[in-house]
Design a protein around this ligand. Structure first.
Ligand code: EPZ
Length: 417
């Protein structure tokens, strides 16, 4: 397994270009299942999760050509099974469930296990599929979904917003007979991106970005060409890197319009954020001020930025409370940050952070994607050397992170263990 080694204390300056969004690319690639023929995607990021998704779709009979510009041929769907060996490495594999049932009327998908940040059940996905007339059976760790007579439009109310749940049901409903109304849906930009792609493919979806979606079922969809949006969480992570190191970084292809709640808190903490077209300049000259945050579904503060923001707060001039309302166990980074000198106490869903003068480099271990990003951020600003193991977590969602940070002046390298 690889390790990342960082000598902290460098001020980051210069330009960084944001890659395609992992959490948009995954559902968009799954949507290719819906239309026989060749879809062409651009700005596909080079990430482990994309490699896993391509393996999963190849297992179903799809073929591929290219990488960041990727041709996906879904003419011949040869199978309807998403096996445990693949699903266990990436929970988002469950996104093939909706499109398979829509196109083939059946699917056998391994139940995604839990993960470091929480149990993450898929009960809402399954209940909504049953509302659409799909029979669901759980056996031997697999979801057996069957709709021999096709799907029928229905009114679906989610108990709480679910991003991949909304995406799965969107893809299932686009060819259902009649109208489907989905209430209390996720409003993340990546959900809207998927809805836009599906409409490009001939679907009829109204309301994306709002709390309610109305879908008129259509006969069939056709393949299209589509460019994946920039990754707002990658962009937010580099904004924190600039703020932490007291640097000045221009973030290009930056989807600042989808980071409103996060940017508001970053500015409150004493960082300047200046939007210049599709680029955003981020710099900090004054002290880091303590700011409380609470993660909530979009358009609130994104849970995927909580770990990164915690690093900034661990160097702030007071006490801050970070409340994590989305996942029950998303504080795995706390124990590692404490080993670097951060003063953080976890009480249930709240992390209380008392700002310190500085952090000290240490050997630490990544546990999940965003936690590993927070350890990299801490290493950038810690005195001395930080050695991060299990960086495969990082490679799931950050394209060439050590190259991009080195280009900004960080002293960072990757070694093969
Ligand atoms: C998506 O995960 C993202 N992943 C996550 O990003 C992100 O943190 C999360 O949305 C934010 O809500 C992708 O888009 C691939 P949810 P998802 O369903 O869809 C509970 C990253 O770092 N829930 O919105 O799995 C669930 O346990 C990853 O890129 C149920 O109880 O999350 C959680 O508490 C991490 N039953 C809450 O809802 C269900 O059927 C929100 O989860 C579904 C969800």
């Amino acid at each position: 397994m690889d390790k990342i080694i960082i000598e902290g204390g460098r001020r980051l300056t210069g330009e960084v270009v944001i890659s395609g969004a992992k959490n948009a690319a995954l559902p968009c690639l799954a949507a290719a299942i819906l239309a026989p023929g060749i879809c062409r995607f651009h700005n596909i990021p080079n990430l482990r999760d994309i490699v896993t998704t391509k393996k999963l779709l190849a297992n179903l009979g799809l073929t591929f050509e290219g990488d960041s510009s990727l041709q996906v041929d879904a003419s011949n769907l040869a199978d309807h099974v998403a096996p445990y060996e693949l699903v266990k490495t990436m929970r988002a594999s469950v996104l093939v469930l909706g499109p398979l049932v829509a196109r083939l009327g059946k699917a056998k998908v391994s139940l995604p296990g839990g993960c470091a940040i929480g149990a993450r059940p898929v009960n809402m996905h399954l209940k909504a599929l049953e509302d659409l007339g799909v029979s669901i059976k759980l056996e031997h760790g697999y979801i057996y979904a069957d709709a021999p007579d096709g799907l029928k439009g229905a009114t679906i109310v989610f108990d709480q917003p679910t991003v991949t749940g909304t995406e799965n049901i969107l893809m299932a409903a686009v060819m259902a007979k009649g109208q489907t109304i989905m209430k209390n849906v996720a409003r993340e930009p990546e959900v809207s991106e998927l809805a836009g792609l599906l409409n490009q493919m001939g679907a009829n979806i109204v309301g994306a970005g709002g709390p309610e979606l109305v879908i008129e079922g259509v006969e069939g969809l056709y393949p299209v060409e589509h460019t994946i949006m920039s990754d707002r969480i990658e962009a937010g992570t580099y904004m924190v890197a600039a703020a932490l190191t007291g640097g000045e970084v221009t973030i290009k292809r930056c989807p600042a319009e989808y980071l409103g709640a996060f940017i508001e808190k970053l500015v409150k903490s004493g960082t300047e954020v200046i939007t210049l077209g599709d680029a955003t300049l981020v710099r900090r000259t004054g002290p880091i001020k303590s700011v409380d945050i609470k993660t909530t579904p979009y358009p609130g503060f994104p849970t995927d930025m909580q770990a990164q923001f915690m690093v900034l707060m661990s160097l702030a001039n007071g006490l801050s409370v970070l409340s994590e309302t989305i996942f029950e166990n998303r504080f795995m980074h706390v124990s590692e940050l404490r080993r670097m000198g951060a003063d953080i106490v976890v009480e249930g869903r709240n992390a209380i952070v008392r700002g310190q003068k500085g952090l000290s480099g240490a050997p630490v271990m990544a546990t999940d994607l965003r936690a590993s990003a927070s350890l990299v951020l801490a290493g950038l600003v810690a005195t001395g050397t930080t050695e991060i193991s299990r960086v495969y977590h990082l490679d799931r969602g950050y394209e060439h992170i050590e190259k991009k940070l080195a280009a900004l002046g960080a002293q960072i390298s990757r070694i093969q263990e």
